[in-house]
Design a protein around this ligand. Structure first.
Ligand code: SF4
Length: 468
């Protein structure tokens, strides 16, 4: 049976969600083609001739971009079985089914995709699943080393720029999936509901090895939280460093774990970790509590200090615009970033991020959030909301425009920050209230990845025009 797997966007790296199921499907004797539409064009003949087409939907942006592609594939090949899989598939199952998707798989998808493909190959039609629970699969799997040979080469994806201006080719892998925490705004929670799954160490190391052979000098670990299984994580990075002493990497770890597992930060540093990304989200304790983030403003300060103590970079991310933020609160966020000397460590897009409420979000449990939304918007795949203070929404739009324009002209982060600062003061009617001194901030002295977009952002026009 001919199978086509399609990814539309995966934050600038080779899609794990294509490479991993390919191995499983090839092992069953299927003929598999993959297309990463962030880099390459879809071959229409391949789609027309396929009996099974899979769409990998790991995040909001990818799903938004996939919507017109799914419709077009359905039109061009009415008889193919279309399967949508990945984190965002179960949450949007009903909508995807109306677009022509036949099966939806969330959670640990590889084994289930094989099961469905076998059923389709045997001319059986897989049972239609109705509820979100029925399309989420959380069985432990024995992973297989992903097959990357047919994906676009690594040099076509996001690269790492070092402080001296040199560039490194970046590979990507996952040592775990899901998360054991239940942060209220997180899209992982409606699917994994506090569980995480380990990718076996030999598979992770094997995947790194093939990417090093393909030219990777740096690896991004895409685990939602690398320290969910801290023993597993430290064993992996020790092996990584032992096998490839020159290889560098980056990871994502929540503030709570940076503080709790502080003794392992030196291990990260010593094994080649260049920086840690951490979802700080807010510096306001009341907002952090609403989000169930498991850390406080003080913990964030402590995490900054702990990382600095071992000279480990920390890249904080934020949900800057959220129903409970005020103009003064937003300026406090800027002020805090400034005081902590983090201007250069924060990607400008982080200062424009507006809370996205997807289907199934735990945020909808909060009466004040539910009251702000006017129902699910299928076109935008979220519950749009308005801030009670219209000036906050206006500021968000202005900051977004500043970031878009500044990023396309590659302005230094400090300059973009200064523009946002001035805009914030203007919104507060305090144009000359405070001058900022950016001279003490780092200026591009930190390594950073070239992909500066974000998984829960509105796709750009350019991204939406990739296929048809
Ligand atoms: S720790 Fe991170 S990945 Fe885990 S639930 Fe919270 S936001 Fe999501």
């Amino acid at each position: 049976m001919r199978i086509v797997l399609i990814s539309t966007y995966e934050l600038g790296h080779q899609p794990f969600g294509l490479a991993s199921p390919v191995t499983w499907l090839l092992a069953e004797g299927f003929e598999v083609r993959t297309f990463d539409l962030a880099i390459e064009k879809l071959e229409h003949d391949a789609v027309r001739n396929a009996e099974f087409v899979g769409f990998y939907l790991p995040m909001h942006t990818a799903t938004r971009i996939a919507v017109p592609v799914i419709s077009a594939v359905r039109q061009r090949n009415p008889s193919a079985h279309i399967c949508a899989y990945g984190l965002y598939a179960p949450m949007n199952a009903k909508y995807l089914q109306r677009l022509g998707v036949d099966s939806v798989v969330g959670g640990e998808f590889e084994g289930e995709i094989v099961r469905i493909a076998k059923q389709v190959a045997g001319n059986g039609s897989p049972d239609a699943n109705e509820t979100r629970e029925e399309v989420i699969f959380l069985r432990k799997q024995s992973f297989k080393i992903p097959t990357r040979r047919d994906l676009p080469e690594l040099s076509k994806y996001a690269f790492l720029t070092m402080p001296d201006g040199s560039r490194r080719i970046v590979g990507y892998t996952e040592a775990s999936r899901g998360c054991k925490h239940l942060c209220r705004h997180c899209p992982i929670v409606p699917v994994y509901n506090g569980r995480f799954m380990i990718v076996q160490r030999d598979v992770v190391i094997g995947d790194i090895e093939q990417q090093v052979r393909a030219g990777a000098a740096h690896i991004t670990f895409g685990d939602p939280d690398f320290f969910n299984g801290v023993g597993h994580a430290t064993r992996i990075v020790s092996t990584l460093h032992h096998n490839w002493p020159e290889l560098t990497y980056d990871v994502t770890i929540k503030i709570e774990h940076l503080v709790k597992h502080a003794e392992h930060l030196k291990t990260l540093k010593d094994t080649g970790c260049l920086f840690v990304t951490s979802a700080v989200e807010s510096v306001d304790d009341d907002i952090l509590e609403k989000l169930d983030k498991g850390h406080t403003r003080k913990d964030f300060f402590r995490a900054v200090e702990l990382c600095r103590n071992v000279e480990l970079g920390l890249n904080p991310t934020f949900v800057a615009f959220i129903p409970w933020i005020t103009l003064a609160g937003y300026r406090d966020l800027l002020q805090t970033i400034l005081e902590l000397n983090l201007v250069d460590a924060v990607a400008p897009v982080q200062l424009a991020i507006r809370l996205l409420i997807p289907e199934g979000s735990r945020l909808l449990e909060l009466p004040d959030v539910a009251a702000l939304t006017a129902g699910f918007d299928e076109r935008r795949l979220c519950y749009p909301w308005r801030h009670a203070d219209a000036r906050v929404d206006e500021l968000q739009a202005a900051v977004e425009a500043i970031v878009e324009e500044a990023c396309s002209s590659d302005l230094p982060r400090a300059e973009i920050f200064e523009r946002i600062w001035r805009e914030t003061n203007r919104a507060m009617g305090e144009r000359n209230r405070m001058q900022i001194d950016l001279s003490s901030q780092n200026s591009r002295k930190l390594p950073y990845l070239s992909e500066n977009w974000y998984c829960c952002a509105e796709p750009t026009k350019q991204q939406m025009e990739i296929f048809i």
